[in-house]
Design a protein around this ligand. Structure first.
Ligand SMILES: NC(=O)c1ccc[n+]([C@@H]2O[C@H](COP(=O)([O-])OP(=O)(O)OC[C@H]3O[C@@H](n4cnc5c(N)ncnc54)[C@H](O)[C@@H]3O)[C@@H](O)[C@H]2O)c1
Length: 344
């Protein structure tokens, strides 16, 4: 009797996507009875110094644009054609900036294996239909697949260097969660599982908004007490927001890596904090700073701040979330950074 082994495709190849490719490429080789060795990575094609990025990755095993100086395992194959990349795949790893998920799902709809399972590493929310939706729910609905989520204090550049960190896998189907844990866990990247997709995913999305407030504190040279207060208020707003929109969000989730740990990491390091600090220093717009400081990487916190604001405005709840609202006003309404602290 032949045993069908799982074929993996990573959909996305930015900074985090490339680090995850490194982990997956090594892990599938550790468990040859479970996973096929060859792993596809969908790469949004672009030219880097006149040459196609996919060709560079396949020739050098290095994503020179989004994860320079880190070798990817030789079983990672960069594929610019999204449909070709998912052909015959049973495990789909979604790791794109959340602004690109719509177009990606449109292409994939009806074109994936019927028994495929997905996991989303995407930090953000979906508000297309006027209400709040989780990206993992959108993936599940559009592709008719079970979708788990993985979020945590996981700044990609540190995990690329194999520095110890933890992550949280939120699931509905426990067997699928165990499979993804096998695929993604390493001695330096420890994964815990919890049956709370909404809690895990909303922590991952909302902490980027709090990180902007933390960056503003740094840019204003605010003291440690002030920054700690901002982080604490941010955590309370994250919890309140999650509870407001989803029943069953668990208290423990906020004490997992996806909760307090990711919040601390993102408010100390990470691109949202960095750009917000630069905004407070220079007064330049977030869009301009994203363009000039991130070399093609995308900010997620600004978009999430806008989406959260839309939802709260619709429900007439803006006043109950002063930190989320202040971040929105600083980013999109030209309100002075110093106002953020006054409003709290
Ligand atoms: N970088 C991190 O430390 C980190 C850690 C955890 C989670 N995440 C999350 O992972 C997700 C992916 O982030 P990242 O850091 O891998 O990406 P990134 O910001 O480093 O890179 C941007 C990616 O978007 C792609 N892209 C650009 N235009 C596109 C288009 N039109 N269609 C499709 N793709 C396009 C680029 O090719 C590139 O792969 C985000 O939701 C992020 O919040 C990131």
């Amino acid at each position: 009797m032949s045993i069908v082994r799982e074929k993996v495709t990573i959909i996305g190849s930015g900074n985090w996507g490339s680090v995850i490719a490194k982990i997956i490429g090594n892990n599938v080789r550790k468990y040859p009875a479970v996973f096929q060795e060859s792993v596809n990575m969908y790469v949004f094609e672009e030219l880097v110094q006149g040459k196609k990025l996919t060709e560079i990755i396949n020739e050098t095993q290095e994503n020179v644009k989004y994860l320079p100086n880190v070798k990817l395992p030789s079983n990672i194959y960069a594929e610019p054609d999204l449909l070709k990349s998912v052909k015959d795949s049973s495990l789909l790893i979604f790791v794109l900036p959340h602004q690109f998920i719509d177009g990606t799902l449109k292409t994939l709809k009806g074109n994936i294996k019927s028994d495929a399972k997905a996991i989303s590493l995407i930090k953000g929310v979906d508000v297309r239909k006027g209400g709040l939706d989780l990206i993992s729910h959108v993936i599940s609905r559009e592709l008719e697949v079970d979708t788990s989520v993985l979020m945590g204090a996981n700044i990609a550049s540190e995990i690329a260097k194999e520095e110890f960190s933890e992550s949280t896998l939120g699931y509905k189907n426990k067997d699928n969660a165990e499979l993804f844990k096998l695929l993604l866990e390493t001695p330096y990247f420890k994964i815990s599982t919890i049956n709370d997709i909404a809690g895990v995913e909303l922590c991952g999305a909302l902490k980027n908004v709090v990180a902007i407030a933390a960056g503003i504190c740094d840019g204003l040279n605010a003291g440690q007490n002030t920054k700690a207060a901002v982080i604490r208020i941010g955590l309370m707003e994250m919890k309140k927001f999650a509870r407001l929109f989803y029943d069953g969000v668990r208290d423990e989730t906020f004490f997992e890596s996806c909760g307090i740990a990711d919040l601390i990491a993102t408010c100390q390091g990470g691109r949202n904090r960095k750009i917000a600090e630069a905004h407070a220093f220079t007064g330049k717009s977030f869009a301009e700073l994203e363009e000039t400081m991130l070399n093609g990487q995308k900010l997620q916190g600004t978009l999430t701040a806008m989406e959260v604001h839309q939802i709260l405005e619709k429900k007439d709840l803006v006043d109950q979330f002063p930190l989320f609202n202040s971040v929105y006003e600083v980013v999109f309404k030209d309100v002075k950074c110093s106002q953020l602290l006054h409003k709290l």
